[in-house]
Design a protein around this ligand. Structure first.
Ligand code: HEC
Ligand code: HEC
Length: 350
């Protein structure tokens, strides 16, 4: 009987370490000792999300839509770039420039957790956001272009691809390795001058001496996408926040690097983010953003803010003190609502 429990526990250990730890908490002392030794030998690194194999995309009309969606992610500029077949409003970047390997690379800003987590409340919008709206956010901000009509085949295709990618992800869960890593904060402001040195020694050979990138010989698409200038992402884009840029670049640049073989030190990633995001780029201010300014992330570079830290500190850091003040305020709010409830409670009991 005990053996059986151990076997089933082992199976659990491999599947979900978290579950096991919950289980252990309810075991007696003796049991947890025997079991924890088996935990030590069988715990594997919790695996990163892995995309389904593209050969498994069905050979039917739904499959055609999924394949079309994938192609738009990889070759966006051919459809929507300055010489696009469908529209010419976007900046010539591809979704894949920032969502690597067609949005499947672990820690490469992939789409593994999209279908499972949307629609969801987003603080930037101050409302529930659908996958269509999220896709259009990137068209408008990162591609500095126009939103797609939600009835068009292209947005339906992108949706179908994201749904197919996330088909094995439990509803509500964001698997490990999805999105962008949150790097630890520096205890100083990120420094554009230091970042310039990193840029020149590590990034410039591909992204160019003025961040303009390099077009492919066909002049339609980029071999190396631009990091600033008129054809780059706008100030309304996620990468314009230093934490998003630093996390993305740390795990993925120079191109070919991965989360487990990162080449940049944390501080290099923050400094190069500060340098790149100090260069000129298209300005896009979306008025409806952040209806509740107290929900702005600490590294949001554009005011107004609910706290008294400067725009400069919100842009470059140090973020620790801002974060601390935010938590303190939240803590005070919680304790004041508690006291509220308590005092109400005591009133009714009287
Ligand atoms: C310049 C870089 C860039 C480009 C180009 C770009 N995105 Fe994004 N995208 C981001 C960033 C940054 C985020 C936010 C990631 C985060 O905060 O973790 C994001 C988030 C998303 C999300 C939400 C992911 C999630 O898990 O919540 C979707 C969906 C998305 N992008 C779709 C697209 C599509 C479709 C395109 C092409 C039309 C595109 N993106 C092009 C940078 C980019
Ligand atoms: C060997 C060439 C190479 C080097 C070196 C390199 N990159 Fe990139 N970078 C790329 C390529 C290629 C892409 C687009 C990837 C794709 O489309 O699959 C990219 C994409 C990006 C993007 C997202 C797209 C955009 O244009 O905004 C950022 C940000 C970025 N690189 C920053 C950096 C930084 C910062 C460095 C230096 C630390 C760096 N890269 C070094 C080749 C390189």
């Amino acid at each position: 009987m005990q053996k059986l429990t151990l076997y089933s526990l082992n199976a659990l250990v491999i599947l979900t370490p978290l579950l096991v730890f919950n289980f252990l908490a309810s075991c007696s002392d003796h049991e947890s000792k025997t079991i924890s030794s088996s935990v030590v030998t069988s715990v594997r690194r919790d695996a990163d999300w892995k995309a389904p194999d593209t050969s498994l995309i069905p050979q039917n009309s739904e499959g055609d839509l999924i394949r079309y969606g994938r192609d738009i992610i990889v070759n966006t500029c051919l459809y929507f770039g300055p010489h696009g077949r469908i529209s010419t409003k976007a900046n010539g970047m591809n979704c894949q420039n920032c969502h690597l390997e067609a949005g499947t690379k672990a820690w490469g800003n992939n789409y593994g957790g999209v279908y499972s987590t949307y629609p969801k409340f987003r603080e930037r919008r101050g409302a529930i956001e659908t996958i269509y709206q999220r896709i259009n956010d990137c068209f408008q901000r990162s591609l500095n272009g126009a939103q797609l009509d939600t009835n068009c085949r292209e947005i339906k295709a992108i949706y179908a691809y994201m749904k197919w990618l996330g088909q094995n992800v439990e509803k509500g869960k964001k698997p490990k390795g999805c999105g962008i890593q949150q790097l630890g904060f520096l205890d100083r402001p990120a420094d554009p001058e230091k970042g310039k040195i990193v840029y020149k020694s590590v990034c410039m050979r591909c992204h160019g001496n003025s961040g303009q990138g390099t077009l492919k010989p066909d002049s339609l698409s980029y071999l190396y996408p631009p990091l600033w200038g008129p054809h780059s992402y706008s100030t309304g884009a996620g990468l314009y926040r230093l934490s998003r840029f630093a996390g993305y670049v740390h795990d993925n640049m120079p191109f070919g690097t991965s989360h487990y073989a990162a080449q940049l030190k944390n501080e290099d990633a923050w400094d190069v983010a500060a340098f790149v995001n100090s260069q000129p780029r298209p300005v896009k201010i979306i008025k409806i953003d952040w209806p509740d300014i107290s929900l702005k992330p600490v590294d949001h570079p554009l005011g107004p803010y609910a706290d008294s830290f400067s725009e400069l500190q919100h842009k470059y850091g140090p973020y620790g003190p801002i974060q601390k003040a935010k938590e303190l305020k939240a803590g005070l709010l919680i304790s004041s609502t508690k006291t509220d409830k308590e005092s109400k409670g005591s009133k009714t009991s009287r």
